[in-house]
Write a protein that binds this ligand. Sequence first.
Ligand SMILES: [Zn+2]
Length: 351
Amino acid sequence: MLSNTQIAELLAQEAERETGILSRAFRRAARSAFLWPEEVSDLVRQNRTLTELRSIGPFIEKQVREWIDDPPSHTKTVAAVRKDFISLAEARRVLATRVSWPKKLRGDLQMHTCWSDGSDTIAEMADAAKNRAYDYIAITDHSKTLKIAGGIDERALKRQATEIAKVNTALSKSGAQLTVLRSIELNLNTRGEGDMSPESLQQLDVVLGSFHSALRTTEDQTERYLAALRNPYVHILGHPRGRIYNFRIGLTADWQRIFAEAARLDKALEIDCYPDRQDLNVALLKLARDHATRISIGTDAHHAWQLEFVDLGLAAALHAGITADRILNFMPGLELKTWARRLRVGKAKKA
Ligand SMILES: [Zn+2]
């Protein structure tokens, strides 16, 4: 029986054989397959239409049904740029077998709002998080040099603090348990340096640092990661590999050294749950587990509904055998803040 992940691969391969509009439709459907809430094979068995699924029209439906009736053998050869991605249908099936695991989740540590390239306001993101019964969310809009994503400067970040304070006041008045944390997705250069003043970063509850440039180099990038981890303002390294489904394979590095150094510094690496990213992936998470490296889970949501991507990260962590005590988002909010503060004042383990 074909899984959605296998159907995604067939769609992606079909996109490579086709050209123009058809190629784009197959490519789009391949990407969407990771978000389909149910296995297509189940829908077929239940005599349901496939066009209820995102990016499936009548033409693609016909093709997918043919594959399900008679699965092609080449599904097994997955291109490297599409390897090790989990579908939402699969993630939910995995999580349903361990209901205690997703229940440990207290919050989401990466999301964007209309302050940078997200679509929704802080209040709207908070509302969605409240519906998920979270204790906290971190607002991680892009920092100033990532102009393409509407990065914000120190002055805007300060204005954002006022808005977050207002949202938090309203939340506590309404009796909600949710707190909005101040954060940022700090744009790091290849030397691991950020682009915001230390004074502005010191005001934040937690800082996520990510690379957004020179992501296609094939040379070993270990030094870049070590430098980023040693940056005193960075708590969490966001979407570490920089991979994107069917687009970019991500950076190469000596991950053993990186996880060991992160563990020594008591810093975290992220599982970016965005379906196209899923970064760290399961293979690397298994290495992180062996080094007892802290892991942060962030959806990288750009719309409030995308908070549901968290299931992909929860399933990946579970699958890799990460222990609950290594996951930042399983900590109570106060403990999380204390951890971040302790790193900032330099009391973390030193060499
Ligand atoms: Zn990013």
